[in-house]
Ligand binder design. Structure first.
Ligand SMILES: NC(=O)c1ccc[n+]([C@@H]2O[C@H](COP(=O)([O-])OP(=O)(O)OC[C@H]3O[C@@H](n4cnc5c(N)ncnc54)[C@H](O)[C@@H]3O)[C@@H](O)[C@H]2O)c1
Length: 319
């Protein structure tokens, strides 16, 4: 099992550490904040609870996960001997460039470097690296132990070998990697999410429906299907001719603005930020948020268990 260094022990870093430590990788978790580092084992323990409740991990496996974890307050100590480095530090280009360069110098000579950036360019992050071909984007989704998808993102200089290694590493950890062949802002998942979000905001802004009803139509309507089939499978199922005809009518009326929604801007300016300010499209209390998040992981893991093996084997028609 390859030793893995993880840089940043926050929301994503501790979750990614859990993913690999539970599979038996020796994981060294680095964070300059002593508080973040100290909190990580307890956060991982809590992260394992839904897996234990559903019998997806045994208590022994959960123990072993923590035994495989070492906390490091020095980056060089975390990277020494590591074959893989996964960076999950704050979303700041300069900070990430500096960390990756130090990590490449300290890790094994040919170590694979991965970045969990949400939106920064992998090509820009690789500037200044001695071996830019070894950097690849590995975009895990939150919560990393629960959500299977990991986007494997190729920068201009990323080698095929690095893409293949990152793909194999996350696949062996039980994830569902996808390849982003060319770097585009938002990769795949955030482009799709924001295309939907733009239209959701537009519908509310235009007074066509309430926020509750827009959310309901996704949760209790077409969104239910998405754990089992993607939008292109769905188009095949409904008939491409039908999709074509519907697009001719619907697309001209969709929001196509390239700036963030006015409604969103107004709410942000008014300090209505959602959960963190207690008010967004809905009213929030810390207890409400806790309740929702507490149920979320258990429910998501349950859905994944239910749909396992039910999805169709996909055979691309163009290959
Ligand atoms: N939170 C999400 O939903 C999410 C999802 C996917 C990707 N990401 C991306 O993952 C990365 C981490 O995000 P997060 O949500 O875990 O942030 P976070 O703020 O929860 O954690 C970041 C951690 O990095 C630490 N840190 C600060 N300076 C550092 C340094 N110089 N070296 C190493 N660590 C340092 C902080 O102490 C903190 O513990 C970002 O690039 C973010 O865009 C976040």
């Amino acid at each position: 099992m390859q030793a893995i260094a993880i840089l940043g022990a926050g929301t994503m870093g501790h979750g990614i550490a859990q993913v690999f430590a539970v599979r038996g990788h020796p994981v060294r978790l680095y964070d300059p904040s002593a508080a973040a580092l100290e909190a990580a084992p307890q956060r991982i323990r809590r992260g394992m609870e839904p897996f234990l409740q559903l019998g997806l991990h045994t208590p022994r496996e959960a123990e072993r996960c923590l035994e495989n974890l070492a906390l490091c307050s020095e980056l060089e100590a975390a990277c020494r001997g590591a074959r893989v480095v996964i960076e999950a530090a704050p979303e700041d280009l300069g900070l990430k460039q500096g960390l990756l360069a130090r990590a490449q110098a300290a890790a094994e000579p040919d170590a694979l470097l991965c970045s969990n950036t949400s939106a920064l360019s992998v090509s820009a992050m690789s500037r200044g690296l001695e071996k830019p071909d070894r950097l690849v984007g590995t975009h895990f989704w939150n919560p990393a132990p629960v959500i299977p998808c990991v986007e494997i993102v190729r920068g201009e200089k990323t080698s095929d070998r690095s893409v293949d290694e990152a793909w194999s590493l996350v696949a062996a950890a039980g994830k569902q990697p996808v390849r982003v062949r060319r770097e585009v802002p938002g990769f795949l998942g955030n482009r799709l999410q924001h295309a939907l979000q733009r239209e959701a905001l537009y519908l509310v802004e235009q007074g066509i429906a309430s926020p509750e009803d827009v959310d309901r139509v996704v949760k209790f309507g077409f969104g239910l299907r998405y754990a089992l089939m993607g939008p292109l499978e769905r188009a095949d199922l409904g008939g491409l001719d039908v999709t074509y005809a519907v697009q001719q009518t619907v697309l001209p009326g969709l929001d196509n603005r390239t700036t963030p929604s006015e409604l969103l801007r107004r709410r942000v300016q008014a300090g209505e930020l959602g959960v963190k300010s207690g008010r967004g499209f809905y009213k929030w209390t810390p207890e409400k948020k806790e309740r929702l998040q507490g149920r979320r992981d258990l429910a998501l893991l349950g859905i994944l268990q239910l749909t396992r093996g039910l999805a169709t084997e996909l055979e691309p028609s163009d290959e």
